[in-house]
Design a protein around this ligand. Structure first.
Ligand code: ADP
Length: 414
């Protein structure tokens, strides 16, 4: 079965093609073809296409609409040097990542007019994402006619959270208005849970997944089910992120509104000008922040452990310190929700690649008897257990594979 996966965001479209024959393989499959469209301006995008056969194509698309650019991206699937299929009719199913499924969708569904209406209705809750998903679904309808399409929701994994975790302690009528904790990154949290069980060769009762990318969230997973998570009604809640503040005292917003800030200004402030970028003033990217801390050191001290560096660029160091403080505080919340810990998973850009963030996070959990093998932690582990044999909990570094998870959901649907 040939499965096309579309992951549409506000400023990028990622797309890949998988083929699955027979039983779903245990390890993630490599896509036959993958393409990414990054929007630099409303009518200007950069396209990069890669195939499993090693072909690569890069193009600058100017004066294009989003629909034209996506059609062009799909042409590279069956035309030219990056061709992976003979024609678009070979595609059996198209899977879409949909960020917000609200309360109605607790699992992936076949796209119908009703599902499209629901995605549109939920757009105010995910204003940069849901309209882009809908656009992707409609473009596929135009190009591929009646091909089955499946919506896989980022909120679905959290939909069974206990009411006490999902409902905010605001006025009761918020519940009727749908103002509640939905949680996000669910495709990644669910994938990492299942992958952790595969790697360990057994299920575990109490697991915490740390999805630490530009967006970041933690999920407490009990017997395979999400029971608590740090993101809330929107993906702004919880941990400090690349440009998002995470949770702040809501009284700050009331104060700023009284000073004359509009809703749009607060939206920009909290979503785009806060987090690692806002505090460091350097970048949303942790690598650049760590470089600034290190390069501010005398040459004799460079290469020393980051925790040992006392005089780094002050704002960069503060940003990193707050990031870790928020991460540890939220981990405490997840830990207590679970009543202990059997396994901890690190995933996404920072979780997969920052050995120092993993080491310092685990150090904070040493009181539980959790211990990692520092050499293994430093050796760029992928899908590995890095805990020491005598650790009281396993610690896994897992490459998140949201697109592969969507492909699996499509396969199971058909
Ligand atoms: P997204 O949430 O946009 O999918 P990713 O999961 O790819 O993002 O994470 C991107 C972030 O991962 C970067 O902004 C950077 O902060 C971080 N990152 C990637 N590699 C490293 C590394 N080696 N060390 C520290 N941080 C890293």
């Amino acid at each position: 079965m040939k499965i096309l996966v579309l992951n549409a965001g506000s400023s990028s479209h990622k797309c890949c093609l998988y083929t699955i024959k027979g039983a779903i393989p245990e390890s993630p499959a490599t896509p036959l073809w993958e393409a990414q469209l990054d929007w630099h301006a409303p009518n200007h995008a950069a396209l990069v296409v890669k195939t499993a056969a090693g072909e690569q194509r890069e193009e600058d698309l100017s004066s294009v609409t989003r629909a034209d650019a996506l059609s062009h991206l799909l042409e590279t699937l069956w035309q030219g040097e990056t061709q992976a299929i003979q024609n678009l009719q070979e595609i059996d199913v198209v899977g879409h990542r949909v960020v917000h499924g609200g309360q109605a969708y607790q699992a992936s569904v076949r796209v119908t007019d009703e599902v499209k209406d629901a995605i549109a209705t939920l757009s105010p809750l995910a204003p940069t994402h849901n309209p882009a998903h809908l656009e992707g679904i409609e473009i596929i309808e135009r190009l591929l006619g009646q091909v089955p399409q499946v919506a896989v929701f980022d909120t679905a994994f959290h939909s069974q959270m206990p009411a006490a975790a999902a409902i905010y302690p605001g006025p009761y009528d918020w519940i009727e208005q749908g103002i509640r904790r939905y949680g996000f990154h669910g495709i990644s949290h669910q994938y990492c849970t299942q992958r952790a069980f595969q790697i360990l060769g057994r299920t575990v009762e109490r697991l915490i997944v740390c999805h630490l990318g530009n967006g970041a969230s933690l999920t407490a997973v009990k017997n395979g089910q999400s029971i608590n998570t740090t993101m809330g009604y929107t993906p702004l809640d919880g941990l400090m992120m690349g440009t998002r503040s995470g949770a702040v005292d809501p009284g700050i917003l009331i104060h700023l509104m009284r000073q004359g800030h509009t809703a749009d200004q607060l939206d920009r402030l909290l979503n785009k000008e806060s987090g690692l970028k806002g505090i460091s003033g350097i970048s949303h990217d942790l690598r650049k922040i760590e470089d600034a801390i290190v390069s501010d050191q005398p040459a004799s001290k460079r290469g020393a452990s980051l925790t040992a560096i006392a005089n780094g660029s002050e704002r960069a160091k503060l940003a990193r310190d707050i990031y870790l403080h928020r991460l540890k505080s939220c981990l405490g919340e997840m830990l207590v929700s679970l009543g202990g810990l059997d396994a901890l998973v690190f995933t996404a850009g920072i979780g997969e690649h920052s050995a120092s963030i993993r080491a310092e996070t685990c150090e904070a959990l040493a009181f539980l008897g959790l211990q990692i093998d520092l050499a293994q932690n430093d050796s760029s582990p992928v899908d590995q257990d890095i805990a020491r044999a005598n650790s009281t909990a396993r610690v896994l570094v897992i490459k998140t594979q949201e697109d592969w998870a969507i492909a699996q959901a499509c396969y199971e649907h058909l």
